[in-house]
Design a protein around this ligand. Structure first.
Ligand code: CP
Ligand code: NVA
Length: 339
């Protein structure tokens, strides 16, 4: 057995540096197996429930394809398909699903729900995003950082944008655990909460990560290795559109921000968890152009399509890293440590 067997992934703070590194390295390993066409059916015959209260492209697709490659059967249970939240409690739902499925993914609003599923189902539960945290995304993101830089410790990752959403929380805490220098560059109104900063500072003391929270773009991005951003309006807060656009306009990732890193000729990459608003191709894009006269939001199309933009490598890594997470926590094989 491993330290992972039977465990849930609900929030990054529950995992040590060595455990997170293990999952990242295991993700790199199963990616290599996939590329070489080597079977990796660690979850033969298992059933996986995929619960989604919020929309998803990457997380759903990654859990589905990862399950199938691992030999498991994924079953999608959308919010309009099941009784959860309307006619049935989290506890009762968890007990039923846990008696039929070997593992449960949950994406939704409340962190309490994903914790309740873990408490009452008796099987590993993986948090596919809540309002507070996005832990499976972190394994893919730091896997992408490791692939690009060959290391994690000492890399400087600057997140610009909404500093108090799930992505900012997760990057700050996970980076702090892993010894990655994380800066949150955001307007003061959107600085991370004290609770999240306290977690991160505690971990940074252990790992030696240098943390910075600033509203000053020039200071925040100088010397960045990774510039990271996310949507200005997260799922569930669509009523905050106007307020966010006004607050976050100066925090757009564009070529002039890249110049401010003073690292454009060095080892700079740009990441985005996606979906991204970088043009007016989408319904949202059109609405923002009409209402606010902006044809791009958190990242310009120019940067997105430039050699710096590595968001599609990162998206692909969602599948590889989710395989690692599921296999490590649910697999009954001995999984060797892979550097
Ligand atoms: N990055 C991410 O979680 O994408 P989806 O919302 O499409 O799953
Ligand atoms: N902060 C975004 C992340 C999407 C992957 C949201 O919650 O909508």
């Amino acid at each position: 057995t491993s330290v992972f067997q039977g465990r849930s992934l609900l929030a990054e703070k529950d995992f040590t540096k060595a455990e997170l590194e293990y999952l990242i390295n295991f993700g790199i390993h199963v990616k290599d197996l996939k590329k070489r066409g080597v079977p990796h059916r660690y979850l033969e015959g298992k059933n996986i429930a995929l619960l989604f209260e919020k929309n998803s492209t990457r997380t759903r697709a990654a859990f589905t394809t990862a399950s199938i490659d691992l030999g498991a059967h994924p079953e999608f249970l959308g919010k309009n398909d099941i009784q959860l939240g309307k006619k049935e409690s989290v506890e009762d739902t968890a007990k039923v699903l846990g008696s039929m499925f070997d593992g449960i993914e949950f994406r939704g609003f409340s962190q309490e729900v994903v914790e309740g599923l873990a408490e009452h189902s008796g099987v590993p539960v993986w948090n596919g995003l809540t309002d507070e945290w996005h832990p499976t995304q972190m394994i893919a993101d730091f896997m992408t950082v490791k692939e690009n830089f060959g290391k994690l410790e000492g890399v400087t990752l600057v997140y610009v944008g909404d500093g108090r959403n799930n992505m900012a929380n997760s990057l700050l805490v996970t980076g702090a655990i892993l010894g990655v220098n994380v800066r949150i560059c955001a307007p003061k109104e959107l600085f991370p909460t004290e609770e999240v900063v306290n977690y991160a500072e505690g971990f940074a003391k252990e790992s030696g990560a240098e943390l910075m929270i600033t509203d000053d773009v020039a200071k925040g991005v100088k010397g960045a290795n990774v510039l990271y951003t996310d949507v200005w309006v997260s799922m569930g807060e669509e009523d905050k559109f106007e307020e966010r656009v006004n607050l976050l306009k100066p925090y757009q990732i564009n070529m002039s921000m890249l110049e401010k890193t003073e690292n454009m000729d060095g080892d700079l990459i740009v990441l985005h968890c996606l979906p991204a608003f970088h043009d007016t191709e989408t319904e949202y894009g059109k609405m923002v152009e009409e209402k606010f006269g902006l044809s791009e939001m958190e990242i310009t199309d120019e940067v997105f399509r430039s050699k710096y933009g590595r968001q599609f490598e990162e998206a692909e890594n969602r599948m590889h890293s989710i395989k690692a997470i599921m296999a490590a926590t649910l697999g009954d094989l001995f999984i060797p440590y892979v550097q």
